[in-house]
Ligand binder design. Sequence first.
Ligand SMILES: *Cc1c(COP(=O)(O)O)cnc(C)c1O
Length: 395
Amino acid sequence: MIAPAWKAMIETRMQSMIEQNRLREFKVIQAACQPKLTYQGKEMLNLSSNNYLGLANHPEIIAAIKEAAEHGAGATASRYIIGHDETCAQLEQEIAQFHQKEAALLFSNGYMANLGVLSALLQRGDAVFSDRLNHASIVDGIRLSGAKQYRYRHNDLDDLEKRLKQAEQDDIKRKLIVTDAVFSMDGDRAHLPELIQLKEKYGAALLIDEAHSGGVFSEEGQGLAHHLGLHSHVDLHMGTFGKAFGVYGAYIVGSEKWINYLMQTSRSLIYTTGLPPAIVGGIRKSLQLVRRATPLRHSLHQKSNYIRTQLQALGFQLGPTTTQIIPLWLGDEQTALTFSKRLEQEGIMVVAIRPPTVPKGTARLRLSVMANHDWNDLRHATEVITQIGQEMGVI
Ligand SMILES: *Cc1c(COP(=O)(O)O)cnc(C)c1O
């Protein structure tokens, strides 16, 4: 028996999600890390993966995971109790060296990293400037902190500056600007040079989330800030190992002062069990592979460029994407769901992204490209997408 007040709440909210076409569902997928996955017994082209470099089933990473698992299936405690071992310490050194920063701190995943870092850094009375399209984990970390939040219009530096001035007038001393480096549902990039100028002009700190740029940009895959040669101007970089790195986990890097403080204060680091040794082993191998993955990065960018240019020329609305994340803007939830379903019937898996993940009226299909996609499959996909787009009157 559910108490009536709970029953009523659940039914009302569920009904409203159904009416708005916002209900989510788990699809049972097999071989999700492959360019071709299996769904309901059918092989389908996978255009929904964040496994951008195709490393998630790399034999060397899997071998490293198996080998590390010999030391035990779990870390058994928080890293501050007995859940920290040599491999964990070595990995943090390797991440710091990878980013050419003084120190690194490993977290269980990106959600927990953002939650822990933002809630630990920001105090009541501080000001945080957050792009409107930042990831939910940033939004939630800020919520937990009690700091005053200024949400600026997406990639709008004038709007950001206006808010920085406002905070200065309000005599707020500590300011933090936080942004995704590549926006997860739009595929466009933050304007890092201008953000750094503003950060310096207003004496703020800058935290960037490289979840979708890590592995993908710069000579060794450190991300967008390295790609632009600006990494030394960024106070804190957050990155994840679950996307292009193909494993799981996340990190934050910066100078010792920042990191030492976060080590003492991030509750999502302190009050959770350390990552299993197998995961740490997998990440270390993946990090080696990512650093040498220039040909994979090249292939990913070539294929992404191809899909973007083709679909744009055919008249699809892609917005300002310049990366491997390619949204087809469709507007309402029902159109996005129907389009996705039609693609599914044609053997192409592209999941519809709807509010509240994206703003109201911007439901879309989010295509993501992998370095190991087959060229013929991508050509075929653009043809099918075009056909359905015409059929549905979207183009
Ligand atoms: C995926 C993502 C995260 C969360 O990372 P997980 O390791 O999946 O928890 C954080 N920030 C951004 C921008 C992301 O896209």
